[in-house]
Design a protein around this ligand. Sequence first.
Ligand SMILES: Nc1ncnc2c1ncn2[C@@H]1O[C@H](COP(=O)(O)OP(=O)(O)O)[C@@H](O)[C@H]1O
Ligand SMILES: O=P(O)(O)OC[C@H]1O[C@](O)(COP(=O)(O)O)[C@@H](O)[C@@H]1O
Ligand SMILES: [Mg+2]
Length: 341
Amino acid sequence: MRIGVLTSGGDCPGLNAVIRSVVHRAVVDHGDEVIGFRDGWKGLLECDYLKLDLDAVGGILARGGTILGSSRVRPEHLRDGVERARGYVQELGLDAIVPIGGEGTLKAARLLSDNGLPIVGVPKTIDNDIAVTDVTFGFDTAVGVATEALDRLKTTAESHQRVLIVEVMGRHTGWIALHSGMAAGAHAIVVPERPFDIDELTAKVGARFSAGKRFAIVVAAEGAKPRAGTMDFDEGARDVYGHERFAGIARQLSVELETRLGKEARPVILGHTQRGGTPTAYDRVLATRFGWHAVEAVHRGEFGRMTALRGTDIVTVPLAEAVETLKTVPDDRYAEAECVL
Ligand SMILES: Nc1ncnc2c1ncn2[C@@H]1O[C@H](COP(=O)(O)OP(=O)(O)O)[C@@H](O)[C@H]1O
Ligand SMILES: O=P(O)(O)OC[C@H]1O[C@](O)(COP(=O)(O)O)[C@@H](O)[C@@H]1O
Ligand SMILES: [Mg+2]
């Protein structure tokens, strides 16, 4: 068989582990040929690719990012390019395409699949917001980076009697904020799923100082927002791909909390450090398993599906289900964290 792989959307620790695993399983065990499209869907639409053999994937397991590159393509450009993509798939003699990406990439994968292209998706995202898989690789690494940063920030915040508002990634969901905040013992966590009440947040942080504590750490997911009408808030705008360009929750909260509490409050934005660098062992293993199972799904002709973790098993699920809803932080999970804030 001939299989084309691509990585699309925001990069994520573990992408290289999937690519490596696909090549090993396909080339060594099945005698397949594998090619990699450069820079996500752009590579497919421009027929820009390289051959992936064992040499090409040597030494990449622990490397962050993606050896194939990634990019964003306007969804309408992709919709207009379906016939071109089909032409290249035929020209290259491809039996399957394995796109590795987040919810946006998987929507594109579904579009191509609905148009008859043979697709087996692999989910990735540090945000962990893809509903049909228990976990996505990249999340464990991102939470680890954020937790380490929070541990460090606690000591400097205490020395300077500051409130630090630490902004972590998570446009639509607060999984990284919830887990890193729990792991590091933050004092408040705000997530997109639960618009916060600024009076309650101020009271919570203020109560810490009243109790004699000399600092506070607030973890804010980048997409968190105040309850409508409770605080002046700049929601930002959208970029050309339709993604929100936030105006900075940490910056805005630091101004508000400093004014209300009379304590020095500073924003810290962890940004792309959360998704750069080497993946954790957990993410390497999950990514490697996804790669192996994607190749098996290709050989079984299970197209229009993607790999998913269910308990300890890797299964495949329809792409249609994968893109229906996002996995958000449920109230009961937030309650478990709230109890220890
Ligand atoms: N609704 C959509 N329909 C078709 N293609 C889409 C759609 N949403 C995203 N895509 C394609 O998938 C790419 C990656 O999506 P994006 O949301 O940026 O990253 P991720 O896959 O990590 O969620 C986009 O640049 C675009 O080409
Ligand atoms: O800075 P970029 O590359 O536009 O992406 C930022 C976004 O990408 C992420 O890191 C991952 O999101 P995706 O998996 O949807 O790409 C988000 O947490 C963040 O909001
Ligand atoms: Mg996305």
